[in-house]
Unconditional design. Structure first.
Length: 168
């Protein structure tokens, strides 16, 4: 008689506390369009700051810091979140959208620019034109992050071009 031990359970992905920042502290758990909500939350802070004529250098430094922090969060915890949610680039992971939207907002000088940054970022992030679509195919956190950073840069260029055309 052989005594076969039961198979060991599959190892759980190492996400620990990282799921909370990866989901934008719960924003990604909203049932509809979590990436759009994450972008809106960031814009909701930037627009009043610019409308109140707060120091744009401080706002840009904060946005650059947000982009860095949420990029690191995405690279670190998004791969584990993929295992938890059972799919590549799960919609609940919005740290990548927060990083990309932060970049798009770097060129904003007023509330109207925030609107342009939001619309352009969501357009590029949703449609994923070439070469953004190619970046999304990279494995793990790199693919999850880089397409949103590229969408953020494209949206930033739209905002800067709009400001240039408007003479601002």
């Amino acid at each position: 008689m052989t005594c076969d031990a039961p198979p060991a359970p599959a190892p759980r992905p190492r996400v620990r506390g990282g799921l909370l920042p990866a989901t934008g502290f719960g924003i990604g758990r909203l049932p509809w369009w979590p990436g759009t909500w994450a972008s809106l939350v960031l814009c909701a802070f930037a627009a009043p700051a610019l409308a109140l004529s707060l120091d744009t250098a401080v706002l840009r430094a904060a946005l650059a810091a947000f982009a860095c922090v949420f990029s690191i969060v995405t690279l670190r915890w998004a791969p584990g979140a993929e295992q938890v949610f059972g799919r590549h680039d799960p919609p609940a992971v919005v740290s990548d959208e927060l990083a990309g939207q932060s970049i798009a907002l770097l060129g904003a000088a007023g509330p109207l620019d925030v609107l342009w940054a939001f619309l352009a970022f969501r357009l590029f992030d949703t449609l994923k034109p070439w070469p953004i679509s190619r970046l999304e195919k990279l494995p793990g956190g790199t693919g999850i992050l880089l397409d949103d950073l590229a969408a953020g840069v494209a949206a930033l260029l739209v905002v800067l071009a709009a400001r240039l055309i408007a003479g601002a």
